[in-house]
Design a binder for this molecule. Structure first.
Ligand code: SF4
Length: 353
């Protein structure tokens, strides 16, 4: 289809209905038995949607179970401390999601119940249009089309949309097709069907058009020169390089740590100081070789400079002067830490006690 627009072409609604039916039968046969689908609940669906925003399903499943066990109800999540929530989120990264999940749980707990519409969900912290639509359609049966990255890809290829899906006109076109596809009787299953098709069949690098229920109606079916270009995205900024030096000040098995600022990278997580300690500390080389770590906007090379304090009291004074604390390495493990630290933890802790 060209840029004249999906809805202006009178043959398109029929094509959309054919696609919708095909998706429905395909999903009945191919839906994966994911834990949050077994006994669906608003809490479970919400949690799965937040977790899967930047996490693969395979990683998300055990984490979803563990999180549900730790916080079985929205009340228990709302009443937990932020530290406890961060700890339970460890390994999933993008901790901002956990902080917003916690804030939203508090808001739900204060209001007495979950929102019962898409409009209500979108008011909560951390809930964008996609997440609100997914929860409202799956958990409440509200007829709203949910558009995530998988859906963008399927729809852009199906409709031959060549405008960037992250531009205003491109996004509007994708949304218009997703709305036209929507099964009003069963919006939750329909939305999950499109997302599932994107995850299992219409994959980014090698779509399995031969096994796709949309083959007969898709503009890109078996057309590698088209599907390989779609979806089009606006050029991304290159992640910025950041040479980070952490100063690890220790005395025996004790280490000075600091909580990072409320905003910015690794907000409110515990790490080492970026400022060297005073001259009374002895320089003891690097704790391990420099570590490379990539975040969405940063390409980090972290160096861990080791400093030994003359005694515990000097270490405590140094930590206090920077608003930090002194803990044992084992105690530090209980704090919410950047993933960069957890991934090299064993290597790092030569002084671990
Ligand atoms: S036919 Fe191919 S390109 Fe079209 S939606 Fe299916 S897998 Fe994707």
């Amino acid at each position: 289809m060209n840029d004249q627009g999906f809805l202006q072409n009178t043959t398109e609604p029929k094509r959309a209905r054919v696609a919708q039916k095909a998706l429905k039968s395909w999903y009945l046969e191919h839906a994966r038995p994911l834990p949050w689908r077994e006994k669906p609940s608003l809490y479970g669906t919400w949690l799965s949607e937040v977790m899967l925003q930047q996490t693969r399903v395979e990683t998300g499943i055990p984490k979803w179970h563990a999180f549900r066990e730790r916080f079985p109800t929205v009340r228990s999540l709302a009443l937990a401390t932020e530290e406890e929530v961060m700890k339970a989120w460890e390994g999933l990264g993008y901790y901002r999601r956990a902080r917003l999940l916690h804030k939203a749980a508090k808001a739900i707990h204060e209001s007495g119940d979950f929102p019962n519409t898409h409009a209500g969900w979108i008011e909560l912290p951390g809930i964008g249009p996609y997440t609100a639509a997914a929860i409202a359609s799956i958990g409440l049966g509200e007829a709203v089309a949910a558009v995530d990255g998988n859906v963008q890809r399927v729809v852009a290829r199906w409709g031959g949309i060549e405008q960037p899906v992250d531009s205003k006109p491109g996004a509007a076109k994708i949304q218009a097709i997703a709305d036209a596809w929507l099964d009003l009787q069963n919006p939750g299953d329909h939305n999950q069907a499109v997302m599932e098709l994107g995850a299992l069949v219409c994959s980014p690098k090698k779509p399995a058009c031969d096994n796709c229920p949309l083959t007969s109606t898709c503009d890109s079916a078996d057309n590698a020169s088209l599907w390989s270009r779609l979806p089009v995205k606006q050029p991304k900024k290159k992640p910025e390089a950041w040479n980070l030096t952490w100063h690890v000040a220790t005395f025996l098995n004790h280490v000075a740590i600091e909580q990072r600022p409320e905003t910015g990278i690794w907000a409110k997580m515990w790490a080492f100081s970026e400022t060297p300690p005073p001259a009374s500390f002895a320089e003891a080389g690097d704790l391990c070789s420099p570590v490379n770590h990539i975040l969405t906007h940063k390409r980090i090379t972290a160096t861990f400079k080791h400093w030994q304090a003359p005694d515990l009291s000097t270490l405590r004074t140094h930590a206090k002067n920077h608003g930090g604390e002194v803990v044992t390495w084992t105690e530090f493990e209980q704090r919410a830490r950047p993933r960069l630290l957890t991934k090299i933890w064993n290597e790092l802790c030569s002084e671990k006690g």
